[in-house]
Design a protein around this ligand. Structure first.
Ligand SMILES: NC(=O)C1=CN([C@@H]2O[C@H](COP(=O)(O)OP(=O)(O)OC[C@H]3O[C@@H](n4cnc5c(N)ncnc54)[C@H](OP(=O)(O)O)[C@@H]3O)[C@@H](O)[C@H]2O)C=CC1
Ligand SMILES: O=C(CO)COP(=O)(O)O
Length: 302
């Protein structure tokens, strides 16, 4: 079986090593290439989401199933990676998504990890589960492609919030509370687009939110922490020096029409800190001070 990976960043290279260990023939394509390897059985997309469209248009539609490994939403409409793929290569393109609590560095060290592959069509998720699953990388399946993609993208926004909380020295109680309310907010945003709430309680949701919201290995959390400690956003991004998907995704979530009128106080505060220069201390204190008028539903807490 011949597998192509578009994007040789940390994540693409990590997944390539896993696949090679399983005996697959893996070939990379760079974003400046124009042609696929021949023949090609499966394609993995490991690019940052803001580069998807401009890269995909360079290539002809591949005649094989596709798996997005990316976690973000495209500006300005907050499109999911699979939506971009279908806009560029056609509505009938077979595309799924991989997500879950997966730091590339730990998988590269061969530490045990679990993930979820989602696709609307079960034969697609089954194929990619078979390709990726091994003794150290346990792969579950889901049919909720919308939910898995949204959970993976949204958790980056809330990992930034977690970093802000830690950078301000607000303590572990505050961090746990913030991440729990973040999960409620993610679930609400997901519902709006037709995601299943249960997906947010799985690996792509709570699994990845708690990983990246509590570990300094996360670039998104590091961004929040640096900004809360007073570093300007552009310098913080420069210092991190690799993709921070939560930065553009925050803007997508707060500005896109598809999320209008969904209550998202945490994402809005993160947006105001990152894009409008609001002091982090003022922003986060607003989240804890007023009693919300209509705090609702997800966890039965009002
Ligand atoms: N690192 C991790 O632990 C994990 C990352 N992810 C997700 O995987 C995706 C990729 O992240 P990661 O590999 O960490 O990123 P890196 O910062 O390590 O790599 C940067 C990537 O951006 C690509 N790139 C740079 N400039 C351009 C451009 N102008 N056009 C197109 N592509 C460009 C590079 O492609 P090229 O090599 O072809 O130049 C490379 O793949 C993100 O969505 C991330 O959220 C998901 C799970 C884990
Ligand atoms: O998605 C990831 C782990 O699951 C990687 O997180 P960061 O992009 O925040 O480093």
């Amino acid at each position: 079986m011949r597998i192509c990976i578009l994007g040789a960043g940390q994540w693409g290279r990590c997944v390539a090593a896993l696949l090679e260990e399983k005996g697959y023939d893996v070939e990379f394509r760079h974003h400046t290439d124009r042609r696929w390897p021949q023949p090609l059985d499966a394609l993995l997309l490991a690019l940052p989401v803001q580069h998807f469209r401009q890269t995909l248009v360079r290539f002809p539609p591949p005649a094989c199933p596709i798996l997005s490994l990316a976690k973000g939403l495209e500006l300005p409409e907050a499109l999911r990676p699979s939506e971009i793929v279908r806009q560029v290569w056609g509505e009938n393109t077979s595309v799924g998504a991989l997500s879950g609590p997966n730091f590339a560095s730990e998988i590269a060290q061969r530490l045990p990890t679990a993930a979820v592959v989602a696709a609307e069509r079960e034969e697609v998720s089954l194929l990619f589960q078979r390709i990726l699953h091994c003794h150290r990388y346990r792969v579950y399946r889901s049919t909720d492609l919308i939910g898995v993609e949204l959970a993976g993208a949204l958790k980056n926004v809330y990992a930034i919030a977690g970093g802000i909380c830690v950078g301000l020295g607000l303590g572990d109680n505050a961090l746990a509370s913030l991440l729990t309310r973040s999960l409620a907010e993610m679930t609400r945003l997901g519902r709006r687009l037709g995601a299943r709430p249960a997906t947010f309680r799985g690996l792509a949701g709570v699994g990845d939110l708690f990983l990246t919201g509590t570990s300094d290995q996360s670039r998104n959390r590091r961004l929040g922490k640096l900004v809360a400690q007073g570093l300007p956003v552009d310098l913080a991004l420069q210092r991190i020096g690799s993709v921070v998907e939560g930065y553009p995704t925050t803007k997508s979530v707060v500005r896109a029409a598809r999320f209008e009128n969904v209550r998202k106080p945490i994402a809005t505060e993160v947006y105001q800190i990152l894009y409008e220069g609001k002091p982090p201390k003022a922003a986060l204190s607003q989240l804890v001070e007023p009693i919300p008028e209509q705090e609702e539903e997800e966890f039965g807490e009002s």
